[in-house]
Design a protein around this ligand. Sequence first.
Ligand SMILES: [Fe+2]
Length: 121
Amino acid sequence: MTRKEFLKMGVVAAGAGLAPLLMTRCSSSTTPPPSDAQRAFTSTSVNAHTHTVTLDKVDVQTPPGAGVSGNTSSSSGHVHTFAVTQGQLTTVMGGGSVTITTGSSATGGAHTHDVTLTKWF
Ligand SMILES: [Fe+2]
């Protein structure tokens, strides 16, 4: 084996040694976004069940003019509507706590839930 061949083998071996590291780095780019990208807040318990309201971090950092609205998680066979205003999101961003009341559901007797929202990041 010449010196040149020997060195070439060394380079190939080093490359092979790096491959798993590079592959690990690549695969990490396909992992889900950081866990603080969203937060699910649990409501008060009414009629022996709770729901969650999920906020996106981006909506707290830059509150949309129309606020955020949608449905709570499903529990006991129903969901509730909820709405958070831009002002309330701004309060949360500033470190304050905001309690909203969900829309009413007639399932299991007309009821609403309260959900307290706070900054988590
Ligand atoms: Fe409910």
